[in-house]
Design a protein around this ligand. Structure first.
Ligand code: NAP
Length: 454
């Protein structure tokens, strides 16, 4: 897809961008490699100054950064401001903690000395999605810049202004030319960049399809990757849950970012004794969402990120209904010029229905009723994905026991998935591998080098 800003609220094309020529791409690769040879020797203090300044600028000009998100992918403006705030917090977090996370470790040896040091590996390449246009790139860029690597990013083609704004931000914060490079490149050029010997590692956040292509290409080049892919998180409500709280959190879990989050609550698995009541209250809450301009703080239902995203979701719903599912509420687009989708609940989803194993990237909840806890765990685990999930019960020890049995990278008790700089983020199975954020996120692309003295 060509790089352009199309406002999903009204379908207007606002700005078009040209892709890099081969010569421009080569110049950027060479500049990044040259920058690495100097950046790798800078002190943590020097790197910290750049990241701290970037965080401060994001906060100072929060509205400017937030407006671009809403303009390009339709996020409700208050949620866009929230994304700017957490992006700044991640910059600060790695600025403050990287030195400690990467401190040399002395090993306990019988004789002499053994130390494991953390060294940067070089120029890294990230392929990033549109759903959190700054947060996703900060998760990759902040720890790696602090580790002494430099990064190049191919952002999603529908958020080119956010991509440009972040590159300018890093420049303004004092990052040397080549430390952070935005690339407007084609899929063929993505493959060329992965093949380039100057690139030492590749990170992708996005769909399974893109992940498989990029990981395969990196594998051919024996380059390490991290993959943050899709999810279909279970939201388990046990019979001893606080029903109203579970409904309230379920609405947040499904509707945040208009449902376009990898860790959104997507499969609602409710024990029979609460199922009817949960469904009735959940439905009542979802029909209360008010469509409107996402720039207006009073709007609660914004557009999806693009017309294509809406078409894909409508097609999935059509196939689900044809295979026997029922739309308990919603199921259609709204009669508005933008990419607006009705909040939807699908029930009666049999295992033979394609919807059973698919990720619905929008405000569409899959609802399942189960006889008991054991069946809830079995259903939650019957998924190709393993990203996050939630368990609702007033008995915290019981909820923890259930959480331990769900095959995912993250589980939340009595809350939908959420994120914070210090919490490791990532999945298993088709949701990918590797971790971002926390102390774990900075260890992915460093050389753990042994120095032995006997
Ligand atoms: P996507 O289509 O995979 O796009 C993600 C990025 O990959 C974009 O920059 C895209 O570029 C690029 N891309 C797509 N196909 C490619 C190919 N063949 N070669 C090279 N690059 C390619 O995913 P999306 O629809 O934007 O995002 C939604 C998906 O991301 C969902 O599955 C969601 O769950 C997942 N996600 C996961 C996480 C996580 O942390 N686990 C976080 C957010 C989203 P173009 O835009 O130019 O196509």
């Amino acid at each position: 897809m060509a790089y352009q800003t199309t406002n999903p609220y009204d379908g207007k094309v606002l700005e078009k961008f040209t892709e890099s020529t081969a010569a421009e791409l080569e110049t950027k690769l060479a500049r990044a490699a040259a920058c690495y040879s100097a950046w790798r020797t800078t002190s943590f203090t020097e790197r910290r100054t750049v990241l701290k300044r970037a965080a401060a600028i994001m906060r100072e000009r929060s509205d400017e950064f937030a407006t671009l998100i809403t303009l390009e992918m339709g996020k409700l403006i208050d949620q866009s401001r929230g994304e700017v705030a957490i992006s700044a917090a991640i910059l600060d977090y790695y600025a403050d903690n990287a030195e400690e996370f990467l401190a040399p470790q002395k090993l306990d040896v019988n004789k002499g000395e053994a130390i494991v040091e953390s060294h940067p590996v070089g120029v890294l390449f990230g392929v990033e999605p549109w759903n959190y246009p700054y947060y996703q790139i900060v998760r990759f860029a902040a720890p790696n810049l602090m580790a002494g690597n430099v990064v190049m990013v191919k952002h999603a083609s529908n958020v080119p202004q956010c991509a440009r704004a972040f590159e300018k931000l890093m420049e303004e914060a004092g990052a040397p030319a080549g430390a952070y490079t935005n690339l407007y490149i084609s899929k063929e050029q993505v493959a060329q960049v992965i093949d380039d010997p100057r690139i030492k590692g590749v990170a992708l956040t996005g769909s399974e399809a893109a992940g498989a292509i990029v990981a395969a290409r990196a594998g051919l080049n024996l380059k390490k990757t991290t993959m943050e892919l899709g999810g279909s998180d279970a939201f388990i409500v046990l019979e001893d849950a606080d029903l109203d709280e579970a409904v309230k959190q379920g609405v947040i879990g499904r509707m945040g970012n208009m449902g376009q989050a990898c860790t959104a609550s997507k499969r609602f698995i409710v024990v029979e004794s609460l199922a009817d009541q949960f469904l009735a209250k959940f439905k009542a809450a979802l029909v209360g969402f008010k469509p409107g301009n996402p720039m207006d703080s009073k709007t609660t239902l914004g557009p999806l990120s693009s017309q294509e995203a809406l078409d894909k979701l409508l097609d999935q719903i059509k196939r689900a209904l044809a295979a026997g599912a029922k739309a308990d509420v919603g199921g259609n687009r709204l009669d508005l010029p933008g990419a607006f989708m009705e909040p939807t609940i699908l029930t009666n989803i049999e295992k033979s229905n394609p919807a059973y194993y698919e990720e619905f990237f929008g405000p569409v909840a899959l609802f399942f009723r189960v006889p008991d806890e054991k069946a809830a765990i079995a259903l939650a685990n019957d998924s190709p994905f393993g990203l996050g999930g939630s368990v609702f019960s007033k008995d915290i020890e019981r909820a923890k026991r259930v959480a331990r049995q769900i095959d995912t990278g993250m589980m939340f008790i009595n809350k939908p998935n959420s994120t914070s700089p210090e919490l490791p983020f990532g999945g298993i199975k088709n949701s990918g591998y590797g971790r971002e954020l926390s102390s774990a996120g900075i260890q992915e692309f460093v050389n753990k080098k042994l120095i032995r003295i006997e």
